[in-house]
Design a protein around this ligand. Structure first.
Ligand code: ATP
Ligand code: MG
Length: 606
Protein backbone atom coordinates (compact mmCIF):
# COMPACT_ATOMS: atom_id res chain seq x y z
CA UNK A 1 0.00 0.00 0.00
CA UNK A 2 1.09 3.48 -0.84
CA UNK A 3 1.22 5.32 2.47
CA UNK A 4 0.54 9.07 2.26
CA UNK A 5 3.76 10.97 2.81
CA UNK A 6 3.18 13.08 5.93
CA UNK A 7 5.82 15.62 4.86
CA UNK A 8 4.19 16.63 1.60
CA UNK A 9 0.58 15.71 2.16
CA UNK A 10 -2.23 18.16 2.69
CA UNK A 11 -3.74 15.82 5.27
CA UNK A 12 -3.64 16.83 8.91
CA UNK A 13 -2.79 13.80 11.03
CA UNK A 14 -4.02 14.08 14.57
CA UNK A 15 -1.04 12.04 15.83
CA UNK A 16 1.33 14.83 14.81
CA UNK A 17 -0.91 17.88 14.46
CA UNK A 18 0.09 20.67 16.82
CA UNK A 19 -3.13 20.57 18.79
CA UNK A 20 -4.37 20.13 22.32
CA UNK A 21 -8.13 20.25 22.65
CA UNK A 22 -9.62 21.39 25.95
CA UNK A 23 -12.62 19.83 27.66
CA UNK A 24 -13.34 22.92 29.75
CA UNK A 25 -14.11 26.47 28.65
CA UNK A 26 -11.23 28.89 29.32
CA UNK A 27 -12.17 30.87 32.42
CA UNK A 28 -12.20 34.32 30.85
CA UNK A 29 -13.87 33.46 27.52
CA UNK A 30 -17.05 35.53 27.34
CA UNK A 31 -18.69 34.37 24.08
CA UNK A 32 -19.16 30.99 22.38
CA UNK A 33 -16.73 31.66 19.54
CA UNK A 34 -13.96 32.56 21.98
CA UNK A 35 -14.65 29.44 24.05
CA UNK A 36 -14.83 27.03 21.14
CA UNK A 37 -11.97 28.43 19.06
CA UNK A 38 -9.72 27.98 22.09
CA UNK A 39 -11.12 24.63 23.14
CA UNK A 40 -10.84 23.23 19.62
CA UNK A 41 -7.27 24.47 19.29
CA UNK A 42 -7.62 27.17 16.65
CA UNK A 43 -6.26 30.07 18.65
CA UNK A 44 -4.48 30.68 21.92
CA UNK A 45 -4.48 33.79 24.04
CA UNK A 46 -1.18 35.69 24.14
CA UNK A 47 -2.36 38.77 26.06
CA UNK A 48 -5.71 40.58 26.47
CA UNK A 49 -7.08 41.09 22.93
CA UNK A 50 -3.97 39.55 21.36
CA UNK A 51 -4.14 36.06 19.88
CA UNK A 52 -1.81 33.39 18.56
CA UNK A 53 -2.96 31.45 15.52
CA UNK A 54 -2.51 27.66 15.69
CA UNK A 55 -2.38 25.39 12.60
CA UNK A 56 -6.14 24.80 12.42
CA UNK A 57 -6.98 28.47 12.93
CA UNK A 58 -4.45 29.56 10.36
CA UNK A 59 -5.97 27.26 7.76
CA UNK A 60 -9.43 28.73 8.25
CA UNK A 61 -8.02 32.25 8.26
CA UNK A 62 -6.12 31.60 5.01
CA UNK A 63 -9.28 30.32 3.35
CA UNK A 64 -11.26 33.38 4.36
CA UNK A 65 -8.47 35.59 3.07
CA UNK A 66 -8.40 33.66 -0.21
CA UNK A 67 -12.11 34.28 -0.77
CA UNK A 68 -11.69 37.96 0.03
CA UNK A 69 -8.71 38.21 -2.35
CA UNK A 70 -10.61 36.51 -5.16
CA UNK A 71 -13.54 38.87 -4.92
CA UNK A 72 -11.53 42.03 -4.39
CA UNK A 73 -9.11 41.16 -7.21
CA UNK A 74 -12.23 40.42 -9.24
CA UNK A 75 -13.29 44.07 -9.17
CA UNK A 76 -9.87 45.11 -10.40
CA UNK A 77 -8.26 46.13 -7.12
CA UNK A 78 -4.52 45.50 -6.66
CA UNK A 79 -2.94 44.14 -3.53
CA UNK A 80 -0.11 45.93 -1.78
CA UNK A 81 1.30 45.59 1.72
CA UNK A 82 2.21 48.41 4.05
CA UNK A 83 4.25 48.27 7.22
CA UNK A 84 2.30 48.26 10.48
CA UNK A 85 4.97 50.41 12.13
CA UNK A 86 4.61 53.95 10.85
CA UNK A 87 6.00 57.41 11.55
CA UNK A 88 3.92 60.07 13.25
CA UNK A 89 3.98 62.75 10.53
CA UNK A 90 1.26 61.54 8.11
CA UNK A 91 -1.11 61.03 11.04
CA UNK A 92 -0.22 64.48 12.27
CA UNK A 93 -1.28 65.99 8.95
CA UNK A 94 -4.78 64.50 9.29
CA UNK A 95 -4.95 65.29 13.04
CA UNK A 96 -5.45 61.60 13.77
CA UNK A 97 -2.30 61.34 15.89
CA UNK A 98 -4.33 63.29 18.51
CA UNK A 99 -7.87 62.33 17.50
CA UNK A 100 -7.27 58.65 18.16
CA UNK A 101 -6.53 59.51 21.77
CA UNK A 102 -5.69 56.45 23.85
CA UNK A 103 -6.82 54.14 21.08
CA UNK A 104 -3.48 53.87 19.32
CA UNK A 105 -0.22 52.32 20.34
CA UNK A 106 2.46 55.00 20.17
CA UNK A 107 6.16 54.32 20.51
CA UNK A 108 9.55 55.97 20.10
CA UNK A 109 12.57 54.78 18.20
CA UNK A 110 16.11 55.00 19.59
CA UNK A 111 16.41 58.58 18.30
CA UNK A 112 13.26 59.57 20.18
CA UNK A 113 11.21 59.91 16.99
CA UNK A 114 7.50 59.15 17.35
CA UNK A 115 5.98 56.08 15.72
CA UNK A 116 2.67 54.29 15.90
CA UNK A 117 1.27 50.88 15.16
CA UNK A 118 -1.26 51.62 12.45
CA UNK A 119 -4.94 51.40 13.46
CA UNK A 120 -5.88 51.90 9.76
CA UNK A 121 -3.96 53.15 6.72
CA UNK A 122 -5.81 55.97 4.89
CA UNK A 123 -2.81 58.28 5.23
CA UNK A 124 -0.28 55.82 3.81
CA UNK A 125 -2.39 54.84 0.81
CA UNK A 126 -3.06 58.49 0.02
CA UNK A 127 0.64 59.36 0.24
CA UNK A 128 1.63 56.35 -1.86
CA UNK A 129 -0.65 57.40 -4.70
CA UNK A 130 0.54 60.98 -4.34
CA UNK A 131 4.11 59.75 -4.55
CA UNK A 132 3.59 57.75 -7.74
CA UNK A 133 0.70 59.27 -9.69
CA UNK A 134 0.13 62.74 -11.08
CA UNK A 135 -2.42 62.63 -13.89
CA UNK A 136 -6.09 61.88 -14.43
CA UNK A 137 -4.83 59.25 -16.91
CA UNK A 138 -3.51 57.22 -13.97
CA UNK A 139 -6.97 56.96 -12.46
CA UNK A 140 -9.13 55.18 -11.42
CA UNK A 141 -7.11 52.91 -9.18
CA UNK A 142 -8.14 50.81 -6.18
CA UNK A 143 -5.48 49.38 -3.87
CA UNK A 144 -5.89 47.07 -0.91
CA UNK A 145 -4.05 45.02 1.64
CA UNK A 146 -4.79 42.31 4.15
CA UNK A 147 -2.82 43.29 7.16
CA UNK A 148 -2.49 43.41 10.91
CA UNK A 149 -3.93 46.47 12.65
CA UNK A 150 -3.44 47.69 16.18
CA UNK A 151 -5.92 49.50 18.37
CA UNK A 152 -5.60 49.82 22.10
CA UNK A 153 -9.30 49.10 22.63
CA UNK A 154 -10.55 50.19 26.04
CA UNK A 155 -12.23 46.85 26.58
CA UNK A 156 -10.99 44.02 24.36
CA UNK A 157 -13.74 41.43 24.44
CA UNK A 158 -15.36 38.50 22.74
CA UNK A 159 -12.11 36.85 21.65
CA UNK A 160 -11.25 37.79 18.09
CA UNK A 161 -14.28 40.04 17.77
CA UNK A 162 -12.72 42.99 19.53
CA UNK A 163 -9.00 42.47 19.62
CA UNK A 164 -6.16 44.91 20.13
CA UNK A 165 -4.23 43.25 17.32
CA UNK A 166 -6.47 42.09 14.49
CA UNK A 167 -6.49 41.44 10.78
CA UNK A 168 -8.21 43.81 8.41
CA UNK A 169 -8.70 43.95 4.69
CA UNK A 170 -8.58 47.62 3.83
CA UNK A 171 -9.10 48.97 0.33
CA UNK A 172 -8.94 52.53 -0.97
CA UNK A 173 -10.23 53.85 -4.26
CA UNK A 174 -8.86 56.89 -6.07
CA UNK A 175 -10.91 58.50 -8.82
CA UNK A 176 -10.94 61.77 -10.70
CA UNK A 177 -14.52 62.69 -9.84
CA UNK A 178 -17.45 62.00 -7.57
CA UNK A 179 -19.16 59.74 -10.08
CA UNK A 180 -16.04 57.58 -10.25
CA UNK A 181 -15.98 57.39 -6.46
CA UNK A 182 -19.58 56.17 -6.43
CA UNK A 183 -18.84 53.49 -9.01
CA UNK A 184 -15.83 52.28 -7.02
CA UNK A 185 -18.02 52.27 -3.91
CA UNK A 186 -20.73 50.15 -5.49
CA UNK A 187 -18.16 47.76 -6.99
CA UNK A 188 -16.66 47.23 -3.57
CA UNK A 189 -20.07 46.91 -1.95
CA UNK A 190 -21.00 44.24 -4.51
CA UNK A 191 -17.81 42.32 -3.71
CA UNK A 192 -18.69 42.48 0.00
CA UNK A 193 -22.07 40.91 -0.65
CA UNK A 194 -20.46 38.09 -2.62
CA UNK A 195 -17.80 37.55 0.06
CA UNK A 196 -20.27 37.27 2.92
CA UNK A 197 -22.58 35.05 0.89
CA UNK A 198 -19.72 32.71 0.01
CA UNK A 199 -18.70 32.62 3.66
CA UNK A 200 -22.29 31.76 4.63
CA UNK A 201 -22.30 34.69 7.03
CA UNK A 202 -25.63 36.48 7.41
CA UNK A 203 -25.20 40.23 6.98
CA UNK A 204 -27.30 43.37 6.93
CA UNK A 205 -26.03 46.47 5.12
CA UNK A 206 -26.85 49.31 7.49
CA UNK A 207 -26.88 52.96 6.47
CA UNK A 208 -24.30 54.52 8.71
CA UNK A 209 -23.73 58.03 9.88
CA UNK A 210 -22.64 59.88 6.81
CA UNK A 211 -21.39 63.04 8.43
CA UNK A 212 -21.81 66.50 7.05
CA UNK A 213 -21.91 65.59 3.36
CA UNK A 214 -25.29 63.88 3.71
CA UNK A 215 -26.58 61.14 1.46
CA UNK A 216 -25.74 57.49 1.80
CA UNK A 217 -22.02 58.07 2.00
CA UNK A 218 -21.36 55.10 4.22
CA UNK A 219 -22.77 51.70 5.02
CA UNK A 220 -21.75 49.24 7.68
CA UNK A 221 -22.18 45.54 7.17
CA UNK A 222 -23.44 44.03 10.40
CA UNK A 223 -23.70 40.34 11.20
CA UNK A 224 -26.90 40.10 13.25
CA UNK A 225 -26.34 38.37 16.58
CA UNK A 226 -27.29 38.92 20.19
CA UNK A 227 -23.69 39.41 21.40
CA UNK A 228 -23.23 42.36 19.00
CA UNK A 229 -22.33 45.76 20.43
CA UNK A 230 -24.03 47.73 17.64
CA UNK A 231 -27.76 48.31 17.57
CA UNK A 232 -29.43 48.85 14.25
CA UNK A 233 -32.97 49.79 13.33
CA UNK A 234 -34.74 47.54 10.89
CA UNK A 235 -37.71 48.56 8.74
CA UNK A 236 -40.34 46.10 7.48
CA UNK A 237 -38.88 46.73 4.00
CA UNK A 238 -35.63 45.07 5.12
CA UNK A 239 -33.69 48.35 4.98
CA UNK A 240 -31.62 49.07 8.05
CA UNK A 241 -30.03 52.08 9.68
CA UNK A 242 -27.62 52.66 12.45
CA UNK A 243 -29.40 54.85 15.00
CA UNK A 244 -27.12 57.83 14.34
CA UNK A 245 -28.05 57.75 10.67
CA UNK A 246 -31.81 57.42 11.15
CA UNK A 247 -33.85 60.33 10.01
CA UNK A 248 -37.44 60.85 11.06
CA UNK A 249 -39.79 60.72 8.08
CA UNK A 250 -41.70 63.94 7.53
CA UNK A 251 -44.62 63.98 9.95
CA UNK A 252 -47.91 65.67 9.00
CA UNK A 253 -48.46 69.27 10.10
CA UNK A 254 -51.13 70.02 12.69
CA UNK A 255 -54.00 72.45 12.07
CA UNK A 256 -53.61 75.14 14.74
CA UNK A 257 -56.50 77.37 13.67
CA UNK A 258 -58.47 76.52 16.84
CA UNK A 259 -55.54 76.49 19.26
CA UNK A 260 -56.01 79.19 21.94
CA UNK A 261 -53.55 82.09 22.06
CA UNK A 262 -50.31 81.52 23.95
CA UNK A 263 -50.43 82.69 27.58
CA UNK A 264 -47.97 82.75 30.47
CA UNK A 265 -48.94 80.99 33.72
CA UNK A 266 -47.47 80.57 37.19
CA UNK A 267 -45.85 77.13 37.57
CA UNK A 268 -44.00 77.11 40.89
CA UNK A 269 -41.41 74.41 41.55
CA UNK A 270 -41.73 72.91 38.07
CA UNK A 271 -38.15 72.48 37.00
CA UNK A 272 -38.52 68.93 35.78
CA UNK A 273 -40.96 67.64 33.17
CA UNK A 274 -42.55 65.40 35.80
CA UNK A 275 -43.11 68.31 38.20
CA UNK A 276 -44.42 70.48 35.37
CA UNK A 277 -47.00 67.90 34.26
CA UNK A 278 -48.09 67.57 37.87
CA UNK A 279 -48.45 71.34 38.27
CA UNK A 280 -50.34 71.70 35.00
CA UNK A 281 -52.84 69.01 35.98
CA UNK A 282 -53.27 70.48 39.46
CA UNK A 283 -53.58 74.15 38.59
CA UNK A 284 -54.73 74.14 34.96
CA UNK A 285 -56.83 71.04 34.18
CA UNK A 286 -57.56 70.69 30.49
CA UNK A 287 -61.02 71.49 29.23
CA UNK A 288 -61.23 68.39 27.09
CA UNK A 289 -61.02 66.20 30.19
CA UNK A 290 -57.79 64.37 29.35
CA UNK A 291 -54.73 64.84 31.51
CA UNK A 292 -51.64 66.82 30.54
CA UNK A 293 -48.77 64.44 29.80
CA UNK A 294 -45.03 64.82 29.20
CA UNK A 295 -45.78 64.70 25.47
CA UNK A 296 -47.55 68.07 25.78
CA UNK A 297 -44.40 69.76 27.02
CA UNK A 298 -41.41 71.00 25.08
CA UNK A 299 -38.09 70.44 26.80
CA UNK A 300 -35.45 72.98 25.80
CA UNK A 301 -31.84 72.12 26.55
CA UNK A 302 -28.63 74.14 26.28
CA UNK A 303 -25.99 72.40 24.19
CA UNK A 304 -22.46 73.52 23.45
CA UNK A 305 -21.08 72.87 19.98
CA UNK A 306 -17.29 72.63 19.99
CA UNK A 307 -16.15 74.00 16.65
CA UNK A 308 -12.69 73.76 15.16
CA UNK A 309 -10.95 76.96 14.14
CA UNK A 310 -12.37 78.57 10.99
CA UNK A 311 -12.16 81.82 9.00
CA UNK A 312 -13.61 83.86 11.87
CA UNK A 313 -11.93 82.03 14.75
CA UNK A 314 -8.21 81.45 15.01
CA UNK A 315 -8.67 78.76 17.65
CA UNK A 316 -11.34 76.15 18.46
CA UNK A 317 -14.46 77.80 19.85
CA UNK A 318 -17.59 76.92 21.82
CA UNK A 319 -21.05 77.89 20.63
CA UNK A 320 -24.04 77.60 22.94
CA UNK A 321 -27.26 76.61 21.18
CA UNK A 322 -30.75 75.64 22.36
CA UNK A 323 -32.48 72.46 21.25
CA UNK A 324 -36.15 71.69 21.92
CA UNK A 325 -37.50 68.14 22.07
CA UNK A 326 -40.87 66.67 23.08
CA UNK A 327 -40.89 66.26 26.88
CA UNK A 328 -41.63 62.54 26.69
CA UNK A 329 -38.43 61.80 24.76
CA UNK A 330 -34.80 61.68 25.86
CA UNK A 331 -32.11 63.62 24.06
CA UNK A 332 -29.74 61.26 22.24
CA UNK A 333 -26.40 63.08 22.30
CA UNK A 334 -24.83 60.79 19.68
CA UNK A 335 -27.61 61.35 17.15
CA UNK A 336 -27.60 65.06 17.87
CA UNK A 337 -23.82 65.24 17.53
CA UNK A 338 -24.02 63.61 14.10
CA UNK A 339 -25.97 66.67 12.95
CA UNK A 340 -23.10 68.97 13.82
CA UNK A 341 -20.21 66.77 12.63
CA UNK A 342 -17.31 67.21 12.41
CA UNK A 343 -17.87 69.41 15.50
CA UNK A 344 -18.50 67.60 18.77
CA UNK A 345 -21.14 68.57 21.30
CA UNK A 346 -21.70 68.39 25.03
CA UNK A 347 -24.24 69.67 27.54
CA UNK A 348 -23.45 73.31 28.21
CA UNK A 349 -21.38 73.84 31.32
CA UNK A 350 -22.09 76.40 34.06
CA UNK A 351 -19.18 78.37 32.66
CA UNK A 352 -20.78 78.41 29.17
CA UNK A 353 -24.10 79.56 30.62
CA UNK A 354 -22.61 82.49 32.53
CA UNK A 355 -22.74 84.45 29.27
CA UNK A 356 -26.44 83.60 28.81
CA UNK A 357 -28.65 84.99 31.61
CA UNK A 358 -31.63 84.49 29.29
CA UNK A 359 -31.23 80.72 29.71
CA UNK A 360 -33.04 80.12 33.01
CA UNK A 361 -32.37 76.64 34.37
CA UNK A 362 -35.55 74.56 34.43
CA UNK A 363 -37.63 77.23 32.70
CA UNK A 364 -35.90 77.57 29.35
CA UNK A 365 -38.15 78.10 26.36
CA UNK A 366 -37.84 79.11 22.69
CA UNK A 367 -39.08 82.70 23.04
CA UNK A 368 -35.63 84.11 23.87
CA UNK A 369 -33.74 82.28 21.12
CA UNK A 370 -33.24 82.75 17.40
CA UNK A 371 -35.69 84.96 15.56
CA UNK A 372 -38.20 85.28 18.42
CA UNK A 373 -35.33 86.10 20.76
CA UNK A 374 -34.42 89.00 18.51
CA UNK A 375 -38.03 90.17 18.52
CA UNK A 376 -38.04 89.95 22.32
CA UNK A 377 -34.99 92.21 22.45
CA UNK A 378 -32.33 89.66 23.39
CA UNK A 379 -28.98 90.86 22.12
CA UNK A 380 -27.37 88.31 19.78
CA UNK A 381 -29.76 85.39 20.59
CA UNK A 382 -28.39 81.85 20.41
CA UNK A 383 -29.36 79.56 17.56
CA UNK A 384 -32.46 77.51 18.24
CA UNK A 385 -33.21 74.05 16.84
CA UNK A 386 -36.22 71.77 17.13
CA UNK A 387 -36.27 68.00 16.98
CA UNK A 388 -37.94 66.51 13.90
CA UNK A 389 -40.88 65.35 16.03
CA UNK A 390 -41.87 68.96 16.65
CA UNK A 391 -44.14 69.60 13.65
CA UNK A 392 -45.59 72.85 12.37
CA UNK A 393 -48.81 73.73 14.13
CA UNK A 394 -48.13 71.55 17.20
CA UNK A 395 -49.20 72.99 20.57
CA UNK A 396 -46.80 72.96 23.55
CA UNK A 397 -46.21 74.01 27.11
CA UNK A 398 -42.86 75.80 26.93
CA UNK A 399 -40.55 77.35 29.51
CA UNK A 400 -41.44 80.92 30.49
CA UNK A 401 -37.78 82.07 30.70
CA UNK A 402 -38.41 83.14 34.29
CA UNK A 403 -38.28 80.97 37.40
CA UNK A 404 -41.75 79.57 38.20
CA UNK A 405 -43.33 80.40 34.84
CA UNK A 406 -44.35 78.49 31.71
CA UNK A 407 -46.20 79.47 28.57
CA UNK A 408 -49.17 77.36 27.49
CA UNK A 409 -50.42 76.84 23.94
CA UNK A 410 -47.19 77.86 22.27
CA UNK A 411 -47.54 76.81 18.65
CA UNK A 412 -44.51 75.98 16.52
CA UNK A 413 -44.75 78.03 13.33
CA UNK A 414 -47.17 80.50 14.92
CA UNK A 415 -45.54 81.64 18.16
CA UNK A 416 -41.98 80.49 17.55
CA UNK A 417 -39.74 79.42 14.69
CA UNK A 418 -36.46 77.49 14.59
CA UNK A 419 -33.13 78.01 12.87
CA UNK A 420 -33.15 74.35 11.89
CA UNK A 421 -34.70 70.94 12.38
CA UNK A 422 -32.42 68.26 13.85
CA UNK A 423 -32.54 64.64 14.91
CA UNK A 424 -32.14 65.08 18.64
CA UNK A 425 -34.02 62.30 20.42
CA UNK A 426 -33.74 58.61 21.03
CA UNK A 427 -35.44 56.47 18.44
CA UNK A 428 -38.04 54.16 19.89
CA UNK A 429 -39.29 50.76 18.98
CA UNK A 430 -42.37 51.40 16.84
CA UNK A 431 -41.27 54.78 15.43
CA UNK A 432 -42.03 55.07 11.73
CA UNK A 433 -39.13 53.98 9.53
CA UNK A 434 -37.47 56.57 7.26
CA UNK A 435 -38.75 54.83 4.14
CA UNK A 436 -42.30 54.83 5.50
CA UNK A 437 -42.56 51.04 5.21
CA UNK A 438 -43.78 50.63 8.81
CA UNK A 439 -42.61 50.69 12.42
CA UNK A 440 -38.94 50.21 13.24
CA UNK A 441 -37.64 47.35 15.32
CA UNK A 442 -34.18 47.04 16.81
CA UNK A 443 -31.61 44.30 16.51
CA UNK A 444 -28.02 43.82 17.56
CA UNK A 445 -25.10 42.98 15.36
CA UNK A 446 -21.33 42.93 14.98
CA UNK A 447 -19.76 45.22 12.40
CA UNK A 448 -17.93 42.97 9.95
CA UNK A 449 -17.20 45.59 7.31
CA UNK A 450 -17.72 49.15 6.27
CA UNK A 451 -17.75 50.96 2.94
CA UNK A 452 -17.18 54.68 2.93
CA UNK A 453 -17.29 57.46 0.37
CA UNK A 454 -14.54 59.64 1.79
CA UNK A 455 -14.84 62.41 -0.77
CA UNK A 456 -11.90 64.81 -0.64
CA UNK A 457 -11.12 64.67 3.07
CA UNK A 458 -7.77 62.86 2.90
CA UNK A 459 -6.67 64.13 -0.50
CA UNK A 460 -7.12 67.68 0.78
CA UNK A 461 -5.44 67.02 4.12
CA UNK A 462 -2.46 65.35 2.43
CA UNK A 463 -2.53 67.39 -0.77
CA UNK A 464 -3.12 64.53 -3.19
CA UNK A 465 -3.81 66.21 -6.51
CA UNK A 466 -3.58 65.15 -10.14
CA UNK A 467 -3.74 67.17 -13.34
CA UNK A 468 -7.14 66.96 -15.00
CA UNK A 469 -7.87 67.05 -18.75
CA UNK A 470 -7.35 70.79 -18.78
CA UNK A 471 -4.02 70.58 -17.01
CA UNK A 472 -5.47 71.90 -13.77
CA UNK A 473 -4.43 70.32 -10.45
CA UNK A 474 -7.51 68.87 -8.74
CA UNK A 475 -7.89 66.85 -5.53
CA UNK A 476 -8.62 63.14 -5.93
CA UNK A 477 -11.91 61.58 -4.83
CA UNK A 478 -11.42 58.70 -2.42
CA UNK A 479 -13.34 55.83 -0.90
CA UNK A 480 -12.25 53.41 1.81
CA UNK A 481 -13.50 49.95 2.49
CA UNK A 482 -12.69 47.68 5.45
CA UNK A 483 -13.44 44.11 6.41
CA UNK A 484 -12.49 42.74 9.81
CA UNK A 485 -10.98 39.45 8.62
CA UNK A 486 -10.24 37.90 12.02
CA UNK A 487 -13.55 39.26 13.32
CA UNK A 488 -15.35 37.62 10.39
CA UNK A 489 -13.79 34.29 11.31
CA UNK A 490 -15.07 34.66 14.87
CA UNK A 491 -18.52 35.71 13.67
CA UNK A 492 -18.75 32.60 11.50
CA UNK A 493 -17.79 30.49 14.52
CA UNK A 494 -20.35 32.41 16.57
CA UNK A 495 -23.15 31.59 14.13
CA UNK A 496 -22.00 28.07 13.14
CA UNK A 497 -21.74 25.88 16.22
CA UNK A 498 -23.75 23.86 18.72
CA UNK A 499 -23.10 22.90 22.33
CA UNK A 500 -20.60 20.20 21.30
CA UNK A 501 -18.43 22.33 19.08
CA UNK A 502 -17.82 24.27 15.89
CA UNK A 503 -19.62 23.50 12.62
CA UNK A 504 -17.81 25.26 9.76
CA UNK A 505 -19.27 25.98 6.34
CA UNK A 506 -17.30 23.63 4.09
CA UNK A 507 -15.66 26.43 2.04
CA UNK A 508 -13.60 27.54 5.00
CA UNK A 509 -13.47 24.43 7.20
CA UNK A 510 -9.87 23.37 7.96
CA UNK A 511 -10.68 20.20 5.99
CA UNK A 512 -13.69 18.75 4.22
CA UNK A 513 -13.61 15.27 5.75
CA UNK A 514 -12.60 14.16 9.21
CA UNK A 515 -11.60 10.49 9.01
CA UNK A 516 -11.68 8.71 12.36
CA UNK A 517 -9.97 5.33 12.72
CA UNK A 518 -11.13 3.46 15.82
CA UNK A 519 -10.40 0.23 17.65
CA UNK A 520 -7.31 -1.80 18.36
CA UNK A 521 -7.33 -3.67 15.07
CA UNK A 522 -4.60 -2.59 12.62
CA UNK A 523 -7.02 -3.45 9.83
CA UNK A 524 -9.14 -0.41 10.64
CA UNK A 525 -6.10 1.85 10.49
CA UNK A 526 -5.05 0.33 7.18
CA UNK A 527 -8.55 0.89 5.77
CA UNK A 528 -8.58 4.47 7.02
CA UNK A 529 -5.12 5.07 5.55
CA UNK A 530 -6.33 3.89 2.16
CA UNK A 531 -9.42 6.10 2.33
CA UNK A 532 -7.30 9.11 3.23
CA UNK A 533 -4.92 8.42 0.39
CA UNK A 534 -7.74 8.17 -2.14
CA UNK A 535 -9.43 11.31 -0.85
CA UNK A 536 -6.17 13.14 -1.10
CA UNK A 537 -5.66 11.92 -4.66
CA UNK A 538 -9.04 13.48 -5.41
CA UNK A 539 -7.97 16.80 -3.95
CA UNK A 540 -10.03 16.48 -0.78
CA UNK A 541 -8.57 18.01 2.37
CA UNK A 542 -8.67 15.60 5.27
CA UNK A 543 -8.14 15.59 8.99
CA UNK A 544 -7.19 12.04 9.87
CA UNK A 545 -7.48 10.88 13.45
CA UNK A 546 -4.78 8.22 13.31
CA UNK A 547 -4.06 8.29 17.03
CA UNK A 548 -3.51 4.86 18.52
CA UNK A 549 -4.61 4.20 22.10
CA UNK A 550 -7.11 7.04 22.12
CA UNK A 551 -10.67 5.95 22.82
CA UNK A 552 -13.39 6.28 20.15
CA UNK A 553 -15.35 8.50 22.54
CA UNK A 554 -12.50 11.01 22.78
CA UNK A 555 -12.00 10.94 19.01
CA UNK A 556 -15.67 11.61 18.31
CA UNK A 557 -15.74 14.43 20.83
CA UNK A 558 -12.70 16.02 19.19
CA UNK A 559 -14.24 15.66 15.74
CA UNK A 560 -17.38 17.43 16.89
CA UNK A 561 -15.37 20.13 18.61
CA UNK A 562 -13.16 20.79 15.55
CA UNK A 563 -16.22 21.07 13.33
CA UNK A 564 -15.27 19.61 9.93
CA UNK A 565 -18.57 19.19 8.01
CA UNK A 566 -18.32 15.46 7.21
CA UNK A 567 -17.07 12.65 9.41
CA UNK A 568 -16.08 9.17 8.15
CA UNK A 569 -15.60 6.41 10.73
CA UNK A 570 -13.43 3.40 9.94
CA UNK A 571 -13.84 1.03 12.90
CA UNK A 572 -15.50 -2.15 14.05
CA UNK A 573 -17.98 -2.29 11.14
CA UNK A 574 -15.11 -2.03 8.71
CA UNK A 575 -13.27 -4.91 10.39
CA UNK A 576 -16.44 -7.03 10.60
CA UNK A 577 -18.23 -6.37 7.32
CA UNK A 578 -16.12 -3.89 5.39
CA UNK A 579 -18.33 -0.81 5.75
CA UNK A 580 -17.43 2.78 6.55
CA UNK A 581 -19.84 5.09 8.31
CA UNK A 582 -20.29 8.53 6.82
CA UNK A 583 -22.22 11.28 8.59
CA UNK A 584 -22.57 15.01 8.87
CA UNK A 585 -20.86 16.83 11.71
CA UNK A 586 -24.24 17.15 13.49
CA UNK A 587 -24.92 13.41 13.19
CA UNK A 588 -27.41 13.80 10.34
CA UNK A 589 -27.35 12.07 6.93
CA UNK A 590 -25.77 8.93 8.40
CA UNK A 591 -25.02 6.10 5.96
CA UNK A 592 -22.90 2.95 6.05
CA UNK A 593 -21.25 2.19 2.71
CA UNK A 594 -18.89 -0.54 1.52
CA UNK A 595 -15.31 0.68 1.77
CA UNK A 596 -14.75 0.73 -1.98
CA UNK A 597 -17.72 3.08 -2.43
CA UNK A 598 -16.73 5.44 0.38
CA UNK A 599 -14.72 7.86 -1.76
CA UNK A 600 -17.47 8.10 -4.36
CA UNK A 601 -20.09 8.72 -1.68
CA UNK A 602 -17.95 11.35 0.00
CA UNK A 603 -17.17 13.15 -3.26
CA UNK A 604 -20.89 13.29 -4.05
CA UNK A 605 -21.63 14.81 -0.68
CA UNK A 606 -18.97 17.50 -0.83
P1 ATP B 1 -15.99 49.15 15.85
O1 ATP B 1 -17.09 50.18 15.75
O2 ATP B 1 -16.48 47.75 16.00
O3 ATP B 1 -14.93 49.52 16.84
P2 ATP B 1 -14.80 50.50 13.65
O4 ATP B 1 -15.96 51.09 12.96
O5 ATP B 1 -13.97 51.33 14.53
O6 ATP B 1 -15.26 49.17 14.43
P3 ATP B 1 -13.35 50.39 11.17
O7 ATP B 1 -12.38 51.46 11.42
O8 ATP B 1 -14.53 50.65 10.30
O9 ATP B 1 -13.85 49.79 12.57
O10 ATP B 1 -12.54 49.10 10.68
C1 ATP B 1 -12.95 48.24 9.62
C2 ATP B 1 -13.34 46.88 10.14
O11 ATP B 1 -12.34 46.32 11.00
C3 ATP B 1 -14.58 46.91 10.99
O12 ATP B 1 -15.74 46.89 10.18
C4 ATP B 1 -14.43 45.65 11.83
O13 ATP B 1 -14.95 44.53 11.12
C5 ATP B 1 -12.94 45.49 11.97
N1 ATP B 1 -12.49 45.89 13.33
C6 ATP B 1 -12.46 47.13 13.85
N2 ATP B 1 -11.99 47.11 15.10
C7 ATP B 1 -11.69 45.81 15.39
C8 ATP B 1 -11.15 45.15 16.53
N3 ATP B 1 -10.81 45.82 17.62
N4 ATP B 1 -10.99 43.80 16.47
C9 ATP B 1 -11.32 43.11 15.35
N5 ATP B 1 -11.83 43.69 14.25
C10 ATP B 1 -12.02 45.02 14.26
MG1 MG C 1 -16.53 51.04 11.05
Amino acid sequence: MNIVDPMTSNTLRMSTLFLRTLREDPADADVDSAKLLQRAGYIRKAAPGIWTWLPLGLRVLNKIEAIIREEINGIGAQEVHFPALLPREPYEATHRWEEYGDNIFRLKDRHQADYLLAPTHEEMFTLLVKDMYSSYKDLPVTLYQIQTKYRDEFRPRAGLIRGREFIMKDAYSFTIDEEGMRKAYYDERGAYERIFQRLDLKYVPVFAMSGPMGGSASEEFLAPMAIGEDTFALAPSGKAWNVEALHTPELPEVDASHTPAMDTRETPDSKTIEALVDTANRLYPREDGREWTAADTLKTVAITVMHAEDEDHDKPWREVIAVAVPGDRQVDMKRLEAQFAPAEIEESTEEDLKAHPEMVAGYMGPMVFGRQGEAAGVADPVRFFVDAHVVKGSDWIIGGDETGKHRFHAVYGRDFEADGVVEAVEVRHGDMSPDGSGPLSFERGVEIGQVFQLGLKYSKALDLKVLDQNGKAVPVWMGCYGIGVSRVLACIAETHHDETGLAWPSVIAPAQVHVVATGKDDKAFEGAEKLVEELEANGVEVIYDDRKKVSPGVKFKDAELIGVPTIAVVGRDFVNDGTIEIRDRDGGNKVAVPADEAVKTLLERL
